[in-house]
Write a new protein. Sequence first.
Length: 156
Amino acid sequence: MILLAQNQQQIAELKAAFYRFRGAKLPPPMKKKMRPSDIMLLMSLKDLEEKCGAAVRVSALGKILHLAPSTISLMLKEVEQAGLVERYADPADKRRVYVRATQKGQEAQREVMQEHEAMLTGFAEYLGEEDTADLIRILRRAEVYVSKIKEERHTC
C-alpha cells in the first residue's frame, strides 16, 4: 500500500510539473512579434520544403498541421498578406495549389531557427551537461511510450 501511495504522489507531481511547464508562456519569439500559429506554419513549410523539394501542396501543409482545408486556407491568406508566403497553381492542373516561402518568409524562418537554437543552448547551459543528457534520454523513452500508446489506440 505504501508503494501505491508513493506512486500516486509521483503521478500527482508529474501531472503538476507538466501543467506548470505547459503553462509557462515564453515571450513571443522574434522581434517582429509573429503569432505562434504563423511561426508553426512557416516552420512546417520549411520542413516540408526540405523533405519534398520546393513544391509543397497546400493540402500537405494542412495535413502535417492537422488542420481543416478552410483553416489552413485562412492561415495562408494572412501570412500571404504579410508577404511571408506565396501560393501558386500547378500549370498542368489548376486544382493543385502549392505554397512556398518568399524571401521575407525565408528570412523569418532563419530568424526563428536562430532564436530557437539560442533558447535551447541557454536551456542546456542552465541544466548542465549531465542533466541535459538525462533529459534527452528520458524524452527519448517518453517518445517511445507515446508512440506505443498511439499505435495501440489506432488499431482496428
